[in-house]
Design a protein around this ligand. Structure first.
Ligand code: FUL
Length: 526
């Protein structure tokens, strides 16, 4: 009897194994689960704030007097409320910019908020001893003299993720360029990684201009950007304390700079890099905008841009805030080109996000939501796939709204056609495509068509239809049609798509074709 039971159990296991559908094998390089979660954030904010704000500078020399830093109404909760209303999922703050000033009361330097009039005023009532972040882990009630700590508390209160920018280049410290500075840099990183709760991203900027104040030496100092800072050690510190955090630099390892500071990626955009080729200060900007098709490591692109011409606040730029239309265009060229959008808000001298910036950002979000509000495919469409791997990977997974279900083709099938037929004619001017990136980025080329009577015609999307990646958004002049057809014409392996959507963005018909000349208005900052 016992043997029979064991035999029966074995048979069931064997049958289960046979019935188990086989998922397509992953094709590397692959993202970590943290990189996937990070990419799903899509849009998040940058805050540039510090002595530059008060000195009307972009790159502080490191000599601004501490008395300059005196925001009269600083309110991190106001920042976070604005950012939430603008649909931002996180915020990264310049804890230390190139001028070396620390927005938190670091115990390793005098050049921080701790010695400013703002700190003195904030802490007079509550007592300076309790004002240090190091003692209160970001609790807003006691953390009055710590901008990073106050932002951490506000993020916690409103449910926004937080990240920090720690500039490796420091134009203030006298010992910059020596081994001592490297220890200082790592000690400060340790402070930031341990005092402010969970961080989603850590930003290491690539800029190293050379000249600076350097404790009064006022000279040019050159370091080897590849080796001086000991980045492997910095990465180990981040991973030890914040294993989920994505590390940004020109070449990753978590995410990469997109090669411009204008907020867009190229339509062809691979989330891969040949990791050993790219280093801080890598000057092959075109490559960063498209990634390396033959890369060996998953390093997706982050598209950073400021809502104003400068990263820091300048009153003279109050009337140069990017319009909601402009930001909407950037969204399609960043998130819609397989990147994330990192939108900077230069906090003003009061210590607030300026009303013009918040109005534009909130309106931008409303526009995106309105344009992509109703997925016409989710409302009911019949889908015919030229190839389907298995009933566990059906075409209907493309419209079920579940990130982890996907349509896949058989092994060896690297081209396939999906035909979406509406119940009745629809007006359409937007398409959204997503690959199931946990299994890798695969699609190399595709076409998008609509049925015009009995004739299939190409949609006029105005850009090459090559890669898809996490997300690809297409804009085109509206068509009225019974059916749409997506043909994957080349792929690195079996195709795995988890979502396809179609939309009609009413009112956006005239602006679909963005004027690319406006990108030249903003000078590349480095
Ligand atoms: C650059 C810096 O030099 C700018 O000041 C700014 O912080 C930008 C986001 O990164 O490399």
């Amino acid at each position: 009897m016992k043997r029979l039971i064991i035999f029966g159990f074995g048979l069931c296991m064997a049958l289960a194994a046979v019935a188990q559908p086989t998922a397509p094998a992953p094709i590397g390089p692959l993202p970590t689960k943290h990189q996937v979660a990070w990419q799903q954030m899509e849009t998040y904010a940058f805050i540039h704030f510090g002595p530059n704000t008060f000195m009307d500078r972009e790159w502080g020399y490191g000599d601004a007097p501490l008395s300059a830093f005196n925001p009269t109404r600083l309110d991190c909760e106001q920042w976070v409320r604005v950012l939430k209303a603008a649909g931002m999922r996180g915020v990264i703050i310049t804890a230390k910019h190139h001028d070396g000033f620390c927005l938190w009361p670091s115990k390793y330097t005098d050049y921080s908020v701790r010695n400013t009039p703002w700190y003195a005023e904030r802490t007079a009532a509550s007592g300076a001893a309790s004002a240090d972040a190091s003692t209160d882990k970001g609790d807003a009630s006691v953390n009055k003299g710590d901008v990073v700590g106050q932002l951490a508390a506000a993020c916690k209160k409103y449910g926004l993720k937080m990240g920090v920018y720690l500039s490796p280049w420091d134009r203030h410290q006298a010992f910059y360029g020596t081994p001592l500075y490297v220890e200082y840099f790592h000690a400060q990183l340790e402070e930031l990684m341990t005092q402010y709760g969970e961080l989603f991203e850590v930003w290491f900027d690539g800029a190293n201009g050379g000249d600076g104040y350097y404790g009064g030496a006022r000279e040019e100092r050159k370091i080897d950007r590849r080796t001086y800072y000991n980045f492997p050690r910095a990465h180990a510190t981040v991973f030890k304390h914040q294993p989920q955090a994505i590390i940004f630099s020109d070449g990753g390892p978590g995410c990469r700079w997109v090669g411009n500071e204008k907020g867009y990626a190229f339509p062809t955009n691979w989330s891969f890099l040949r990791i050993n080729d790219v280093y801080p200060g890598y000057a092959q900007f075109e490559e960063l905008q498209s990634g390396h098709a033959d890369g060996d490591t998953w390093v997706a692109s982050e598209c950073d841009v400021s809502i104003r011409p400068g990263w820091f606040y300048h009153e003279s730029e109050d009337d140069r805030v990017k319009t909601p239309e402009y930001l909407t265009d950037l969204y399609y060229r960043s998130v819609g080109h397989n990147g994330t959008l990192l939108l900077n808000f230069p906090v003003d001298r009061d210590g607030l996000i300026h009303p013009s910036d918040s109005a534009s950002a909130v309106d931008f979000r409303k526009r995106i939501e309105a344009e992509l509000k109703t997925d016409l495919f989710a409302k009911g469409v019949s889908i015919k796939a030229s190839d389907t791997r298995d009933k566990a990977f059906p075409a209907k997974a493309l419209t079920d709204g579940n990130y982890d279900t996907y349509w896949a083709t058989h092994d060896g099938v690297t081209s396939a056609t999906l035909t979406f037929t509406f119940k009745r004619q629809q007006r359409v001017n937007r398409l959204s495509l997503q690959e199931y990136i946990p299994l890798g980025q695969r699609v190399k080329a595709f076409t998008a068509e609509y049925l015009d009577g009995k004739q299939w015609r190409k949609l006029d999307v105005g850009e090459e239809t090559t890669t898809i990646g996490y997300k690809r958004l297409l804009r085109f002049p509206a068509v009225t049609t019974n059916a749409l057809r997506i043909s994957i014409t080349d792929s690195r392996g079996p195709v795995c798509l988890n979502a396809v959507g179609a939309y009609y963005a009413a009112g956006a018909e005239a602006s679909y074709e963005a004027d690319t000349s406006k990108y030249d208005q903003q000078k590349l900052l480095r």
